[in-house]
Design a protein around this ligand. Structure first.
Ligand SMILES: NC(=O)c1ccc[n+]([C@@H]2O[C@H](COP(=O)([O-])OP(=O)(O)OC[C@H]3O[C@@H](n4cnc5c(N)ncnc54)[C@H](O)[C@@H]3O)[C@@H](O)[C@H]2O)c1
Length: 304
């Protein structure tokens, strides 16, 4: 049994990860300021420590009790980071630096949640980790700078670049929610789904329990070398097809309108999953249809 510090442990991914670690017999300190996370995302066995990742002293004091850190806490939205870039820099980049300092002081491993946003428009399909990183957004720029800091830990550093994560407990009511949560919410409420542009842009959606398995595998690995890897399925679906699949799963009709295309929207984003398989034997297993069914099942009572 080990004890892990999970920053952002009350968030969407953090809550699922904490449940998985507790189920595996580990102890978890969830470090969170509850700005977007919820205490009820945690299992009762986890310890909640309220605090802000900009407070390096607080983080470091907890790392001393732990065998590893998973750093998830962030302003986890491109739009929210753009709306307040100073705060985003303090939390997303400053928080990463503090997590690195805490891991360095205790000589423990750190698994860092970066993002596919670091690639910008990589041009290649699927996008391998060797692709050029030219992030379009402030959010992606901070994640990329955070990666450089994390790599200073050497072999104890693991960087995961999740693509689009979806699943139960991703909250549908914020303008910053993931597209699947928003589409489900609209269908269940009988509202119109608005797609930016024609909807031909495509994305690689990975189910939350799959990305959690990748984080757990990364945390348990032998620290032989620094790893950077995508968290993806290797399959992409257009936003238009996704809207149809969501409506089918909800059992509702599809009421769709097309809004203006977003200027900086990347057309296609699909990750190459090969490196995560080669390094950790990881493959995403959940088919989109099954993941959507689980997510709709969770969201139905929340929306109605
Ligand atoms: N969900 C996705 O599709 C996705 C894709 C790529 C990368 N990521 C990254 O994965 C991580 C988790 O994302 P998520 O979807 O679970 O987001 P989330 O918003 O649900 O979780 C983030 C958590 O961090 C906490 N937090 C925010 N600012 C904090 C601060 N200053 N101090 C302490 N805690 C703070 C929030 O309260 C929340 O519990 C983030 O780093 C995000 O950038 C997510």
């Amino acid at each position: 049994m080990a004890r892990y510090l999970v920053t952002g442990g009350c968030g969407f991914i953090g809550g699922h990860l904490t449940h998985a670690l507790v189920r595996a017999g580990h102890r978890v300190i969830a470090f969170d300021d509850l700005s977007s996370g919820r205490e009820d995302n945690l299992p009762p066995e986890a310890d909640l420590e309220r605090g802000c990742v900009t407070d390096g002293t607080h983080l470091a004091s907890l790392a001393g009790q732990c065998n590893g850190i998973v750093h998830l806490a962030a302003i986890a939205s491109v739009e929210a980071a753009a709306a307040n870039p100073r705060r985003a820099e303090a939390v997303n980049l400053g928080g990463a630096r503090n997590a690195v300092a805490a891991a360095e002081a205790e000589k423990i491993p750190l698994v860092y949640a970066s993002s596919a946003a670091v690639y910008g428009d990589a041009g290649s399909r699927p996008i391998a980790e060797t692709a050029d990183c030219t992030p379009h957004s402030v959010y992606g720029q901070h994640k990329l700078k955070g990666e450089s800091t994390v790599l200073t830990l050497g072999p104890r550093a693991t960087i995961i670049r999740p693509f689009n994560v979806y699943g139960p407990r991703q909250h549908p009511n914020s303008p910053y929610s993931g597209v699947i949560a928003r589409f489900i919410s609209a269908c269940l409420a009988g509202e119109t789904i608005t797609i930016n542009g024609e909807g031909l842009q495509s994305r690689d959606f990975i189910y939350v329990s799959d990305i959690v398995r990748l984080f757990v595998a990364a945390l348990s690995r032998e620290p032989a070398a620094p790893f950077t890897m995508n968290g993806c399925t290797g399959q992409a679906i257009s936003i238009l097809s996704l809207a149809r699949a969501v409506a089918d799963t909800c059992g509702t009709g599809l009421d769709l309108r097309h809004g203006p295309a977003r200027a900086a929207d990347i057309l296609h984003s699909c990750g190459d999953p090969q490196r995560a398989f080669d390094l950790l034997g990881f493959r995403a297993e959940t088919r989109l249809g099954d993941g959507l069914a689980e997510t709709v099942g969770w969201q139905r009572p929340v929306v109605q």
